[in-house]
Design a protein around this ligand. Structure first.
Ligand code: PLP
Length: 406
């Protein structure tokens, strides 16, 4: 059974009061999640008792820190079911992972006139990284449109392939619409055209179990801080054949095998992509967070959050003037909405005064806002610790704000 009370007790911040409202209602999990005590404790313990730079040291502490760091890599591997630890590259987060692929894959495999397929619902991280490559290599971006419900137009997707298509890069889950994209189908269509696929997993990994071998994607990116882990660490999964083929991202530190002024050879995977001292304490925190969600069970977390989201969408729909964006089916734990012509900032600010944290604005998805014909939304996003009572408070809060504007 999913013991919500016990789960909430693991997160000290949830008993904080804001503006004398008790306790805080935190519904901004799409931006970042709160941290359970075990994650912070594991990191504190490492700083106090183990700290030493990894990989290069012969001394005890360095070896212990290295074991922890490499053990964390194995935890990540298991979590997403990668074939080998060589396929798990630690980065600073989803953004860095996508930039790494755009930059290194672009360098090795793309030339002027080549094309990348992205979608209309992408986060800026999965647009701008490719635009930077576009500026260097004069590549073309082709964009999968969405339908009015917020699903990808799969018929249009198929039509976007040309002999110049070199990559498909799409989100697993939209951070605005909550749409869960059919990534297996997206990958199989791309592969039928001989094109690799990068999946942005920033909003999927915290909510349901992900198996990169089942999806069969070539790259998969996610962030530690969105899955109850620390900031400053994320993951790039890449199939070994691709990681072997593309050049390193940055130079220095652990990514070399031998260096001379004439020639440098690079380290084996995944170290080829990890220049400089890695954030080995954050990797411990991330592994602890993954152990934590695994011990609760990703399926249990998914069921709990799906229930909560369905309940919230039903309750919210009854509010006069409510407009919820995104599909009614296959909707993940993110609800973007507007009420009448109340500005999203006003709604967010007034909800905050009621002790309810939501996010407002374009959510780093400006092209999607243009498609929807709006400037921004209010976004409530749920995590494994949110409750029905919190949803009730949100619904009452929204209605209270609505009445103030009548
Ligand atoms: N992609 C999606 C879908 C996101 O929601 C986010 C963050 O909100 C990112 C990428 C970027 O993640 P990060 O800032 O952790 O790199």
């Amino acid at each position: 059974m999913y013991d919500l009370k016990a789960v909430r007790a693991d997160f000290p911040i949830l008993s904080r009061s804001i503006y004398k409202k008790y306790p805080l209602i935190y519904l901004d999990n799409g931006a970042t999640t709160q941290k359970p005590r075990c994650v912070v404790d594991a990191m504190t313990e490492e700083y106090y008792n183990v700290n030493a730079n990894v990989h290069r040291g012969v001394h005890f502490l360095s070896q212990q820190a290295t074991e922890l760091h490499e053990g964390s890599r194995e935890t990540v591997r298991k979590f997403i079911n990668a074939r080998s630890i060589g396929e798990i590259v630690f980065t600073r987060g989803t953004t860095e992972s996508i930039n790494l692929v755009a930059s290194c894959y672009g360098e090795a495999c793309m030339k002027e006139g080549d094309e990348v397929i992205i979608s209309e619902m992408e986060h800026h991280s999965n647009i701008v990284s490719w635009q930077l490559l576009q500026a260097r290599r004069r590549i073309r971006l082709r964009v999968i449109p969405i339908d009015d419900e917020g699903h990808l137009r799969m018929d249009e997707y198929e039509r976007l392939f040309t002999p110049r298509t070199r990559m498909v890069s799409v989100a697993h889950v939209s951070n605005v619409l909550g749409t869960v994209n059919p990534v297996k189908e997206i990958v199989s269509i791309a592969h039928a055209h001989g094109v690799p696929v990068l999946i942005d997993g920033a909003q999927s990994t915290p909510h349901f179990s992900v198996d990169v071998q089942t999806i069969d994607c070539d790259f998969y990116a996610f962030s530690g801080h969105k899955i109850y882990g620390p900031t400053g660490i994320g993951v790039l999964y890449g199939k070994e054949e691709w990681l072997d083929r593309i050049p390193p991202y940055m130079g220095g530190g652990e990514m070399i095998q031998n260096v001379s002024f004439e020639k440098t050879t690079f380290n084996e995977l995944p170290f080829k992509f990890e220049a400089g001292t890695p954030d080995y304490v954050a990797s411990t925190g991330l592994a602890r967070a993954l152990d934590y969600v695994s011990s609760l069970g990703m399926d249990q977390i998914e069921a709990h959050e799906r229930n909560l989201t369905t309940y919230a969408m039903q309750q919210m729909a009854a509010i006069p003037g409510m407009r919820i964006f995104g599909p009614s089916e296959c909707h993940d734990a993110v609800i973007s909405f507007l009420v009448g012509n109340i500005h999203h900032l006003d709604m967010g600010t007034l909800l905050d005064r009621l002790g309810i944290a939501v996010r407002t604005g374009h959510h780093c998805a400006e092209p999607l806002m243009h498609r929807l014909g709006i400037e921004g939304t209010v976004r409530a996003s749920f995590g494994l610790y949110n409750t029905r009572e919190e949803v009730d408070a949100l619904v009452q809060g929204i209605d209270r704000v609505r009445q103030m504007f009548l």
